[in-house]
Ligand binder design. Sequence first.
Ligand SMILES: Nc1nc2c(ncn2[C@@H]2O[C@H](COP(=O)(O)OP(=O)(O)OP(=O)(O)O)[C@@H](O)[C@H]2O)c(=O)[nH]1
Ligand SMILES: [Zn+2]
Length: 196
Amino acid sequence: MSVTKLDLNGDPSASTTTEDPLVELARQLLVEIGEDPNRDGLLDTPARFARWWREFINYDPGSLGTLFESIGTSQLVVVSDIQVWSLCEHHLLPFNCSVTIAYRPTGQLLGLSKFARVAHQYAHKLQVQERLVDQIALEISTLSGTPDVAVIAKGEHLCMSMRGIKAAAQMTSTAYRGEFSTDAELRRELFDLLRA
Ligand SMILES: Nc1nc2c(ncn2[C@@H]2O[C@H](COP(=O)(O)OP(=O)(O)OP(=O)(O)O)[C@@H](O)[C@H]2O)c(=O)[nH]1
Ligand SMILES: [Zn+2]
């Protein structure tokens, strides 16, 4: 794993390729936990570690901008059970979430795949689950021009199940924007749909 540093004066021949600092960090980590980074099985591990971190934080959601013309109704649209992985910012351990996004497209219609792209985009950061749902809801609202957005996520955090209290549990967090935060009837409609 290497990082290419471009010459600041714009001379491409002066660019240098240096090792990603994450590689050395991983070697040090292995030493600290009593491992030998030079043993056969671990030789490529620091480079793999660096690659996975870069892959995680450099997630590219691709195109988010595809919008379709409004169909002129305020029907409820729900995209449910989008599976994402994120990292808890307290322990740097993974948590998985099943994310459900609902909106009333009074503005424009958002392409179906964009809901998953947005969910992954905000999962690919150090997170707490409450902020994850908030950020997804705001982004969907901004992209679609629709104030009425709800995001519900159900997650299991390895920092809770594999260490510490060692209790597997599901955490549900919600973000309601626009009418979803004021209209109990609309929320009930959403819950009924999710149960159906
Ligand atoms: N609210 C919330 N808490 C989280 C999330 N992810 C992890 N946590 C919790 O963050 C807390 C961090 O608490 P600390 O007491 O500082 O850390 P700790 O000593 O490792 O705590 P324990 O996990 O209880 O062993 C823990 O209670 C975690 O379970 C999250 O997404 N949302
Ligand atoms: Zn944690």
